[in-house]
Ligand binder design. Structure first.
Ligand code: ZN
Length: 200
């Protein structure tokens, strides 16, 4: 065997999402989030107030190896916010290779991992520092920040997984909305715009 064995990576993950050992990063800004929130007027009001370059979330990643069996490891930092009835959240996705699983480990802040299957199961799992969610394959997933501070998670998933972001948009959004409840609580309620996941 002469396959080249990659070098190991030594990483440091900060509670603020800074990651030593990251090989790349990307950011989503308010202008990238059109259509994500159910209340488009509320989204447009936040957009008018903060501008399209307002940072919504930042991802730092260590991805030095490709292909089946390799891992992508990174941090996601989701800023707090409210858009009408909904908390700030990521766009969400199903892995393009749908059987690929993912681990999310909370580094700081409080959030919810919103999960659902294509055949109608739905889960909203709370996360605080020290807690993790194992997202098995075949679950659509998105992070929601239900606090007032940045919600920072470490994630780890297969490098060949890929992401299907359009699936949620075609479905009219995920089936559940994560909404404020009480002074600083949250709950879920059905999304009346959700039409299921046609064609899957
Ligand atoms: Zn994922």
């Amino acid at each position: 065997m002469t396959a080249t064995v990659p070098d190991p990576g030594l990483l440091a993950l900060g509670a603020d999402g800074a990651m030593r050992g990251a090989t790349s990063s990307y950011e989503k800004r308010l202008g990238d989030m059109a259509g994500v929130y159910r209340d488009d007027d509320a989204y447009r009001a936040v957009l008018a107030e903060n501008g399209p370059d307002f940072l919504v979330y930042r991802v730092e990643e260590h991805r030095n190896v490709d292909g089946e069996g390799a891992l992508i490891i990174g941090t996601s930092t989701l800023q707090p916010g409210r858009y009408g009835d909904e908390f700030a959240m990521t766009r969400g996705h199903l892995h393009a290779k749908a059987d690929r699983a993912e681990l999310y480990y909370c580094l700081s802040g409080i959030g919810v991992m919103l999960l659902e299957t294509l055949d109608g199961r739905s889960e909203a799992l709370p996360l605080q520092p020290g807690e993790a969610v194992h997202v098995p394959g075949h679950w659509v997933h998105r992070s929601v920040n239900v606090g007032d501070e940045p919600f920072v998670t470490m994630f780890c998933y297969g490098a060949d997984a890929g992401q299907d972001y359009a699936l949620i948009e075609r479905a009219g959004g995920m089936s559940a909305l994560v909404v404020p409840d009480g002074v600083d609580g949250w709950s879920t309620r059905p999304n009346p715009d959700h039409v299921g996941y046609p064609g899957r």
